[in-house]
Design a protein around this ligand. Structure first.
Ligand code: NAD
Length: 352
């Protein structure tokens, strides 16, 4: 039996993948890394995947793991992601070909995103950057334009803000929970979650247009797929209040970025907090880099925190690949419908 081949298309660190070498695997490393996710082209990925048994790595923004890559090897058992989101993988093709796709929605990952979303919201509404800048760079002690927004409702009759959450999954649901003590009105839109999820999250289920029209803050937490691609565009920004803040820590292409830029430039909406972009890394000539405090930007790092980051996800993905190579069903399967076919092809057949 020849050595099993593991392709690490986007290493997340310098050590974890050495475990595969230790058990006799041939390793092929891709160009992408956590700090530069551009990586290999689809054609290069297809060449790297020839005769591969497993593909593993974090998100890539250059090539796609499409059908040509997935069908480059008849032995391919698994594509394992260190992170949440499998949008660079053609999951339908993987299922069709009998290949398992795993992902790693660790609490370190989704919890980190929720904390960043909350931070974005507070930074913008409480004018954290402007107040700090004014004190360090001007002689003014207090100025009226540095008045911030009171977020929660109050006993004196102040109604507080309305926060709209689009996508009530792991991140959207946890964000709703974290908002509860703030005594704000929380609306949510998610056509794929049952009503009890809205009740448990203590949010009001509404349609998308109502959410956009009534919310002071709109926060996007959907998966990226054909349906959610550009789900926020000119029409949707046009429905929002001119004072509203838009937050996106989900996936860049869920937003028509040109429409968002227009909405900010025309003052259709007031501000945006963005961790993700249509093209990553964000091009140097993007108008978003030129905007003032209307935008708060970070480089797709919402989940990257000391003691967390993608480390736990690397462990999950590594374990999933080791199991698959041994002919055992891995744990964190994204395309569960593939399981019967995969069992027929690989269960009990070790490649190591
Ligand atoms: P999840 O799968 O738990 O939740 C996504 C939710 O979106 C689901 O409830 C689903 O029903 C809903 N949804 C699907 N289509 C929808 C539509 N058309 N309209 C409204 N809702 C729709 O995913 P999650 O773990 O909560 O992750 C949410 C997003 O955050 C994903 O896009 C993920 O890739 C992204 N993410 C970003 C980072 C980062 O570093 N910025 C890290 C982790 C995850």
């Amino acid at each position: 039996m020849s050595a099993p081949k593991v392709v690490v298309f986007a290493p997340g660190d310098e050590d974890s993948y050495k475990k595969f070498e230790e058990i006799g695997c041939e390793l092929v490393l891709g160009k992408a890394s956590w700090s530069d996710p551009t990586g290999n082209t689809t054609g290069e990925l297809a060449s790297m995947a020839l005769e591969a048994d497993a593909l593993i790595g974090t998100s890539i923004k250059g090539g796609k793991i499409d059908r040509s890559v997935l069908s480059a090897s008849e032995h391919l058992r698994i594509v394992a992601k260190y992170s949440v989101g499998v949008d660079e993988i053609d999951v339908d093709a993987a299922t069709d070909l009998g290949i398992i796709v795993t992902h790693a929605p660790t609490e370190a990952n989704w919890g980190g995103v929720v904390e960043t979303t909350m931070t974005q919201m507070l930074t913008i509404l409480k004018k954290v950057r402007q107040r700090d800048y004014a004190l360090k760079n001007t002689a003014d002690w207090r100025t009226p334009e540095l008045t911030a927004t009171h977020i929660g409702s109050r006993e004196d009759g102040y109604a507080g803000l309305t926060i709209g959450i689009i996508g009530l999954g792991r991140i959207g649901g946890r964000f709703a929970q974290m908002l509860a003590p703030w005594r704000v009105r929380v609306l949510a839109y998610d056509p794929y979650q049952p009503i009890d999820r809205f009740i448990h999250a203590n949010v009001q289920r509404v349609d998308m247009d109502t959410l956009l029209k009534e919310s002071d803050v709109v926060s996007l937490h959907v998966v990226l797929n054909k349906e959610t691609y550009h789900m926020m565009s000119d029409r949707e920004f046009g429905l929002m209040k001119p004072t509203a803040v838009f937050l996106n820590t989900s996936r860049g292409p869920a937003v028509d970025e040109a429409a968002l830029i227009r909405a900010l430039q025309d003052k259709t909406i007031a501000a945006a907090g963005l961790d993700v972009f249509e093209i990553e890394p964000l091009p140097m000539d993007s108008p978003l880099r030129e905007m003032d405090d209307r935008v708060l930007l970070s480089a797709h790092v919402a989940a990257h925190n000391y003691g967390a980051g993608i480390g736990p996800g690397i462990e999950w993905a590594t374990e999933d690949v080791l199991k698959a190579l041994k002919g055992q069903l891995p744990e964190h399967i994204f395309n569960k419908e593939v399981i019967p076919r995969w069992r027929e092809r690989f269960e009990g057949r070790s490649a190591v």
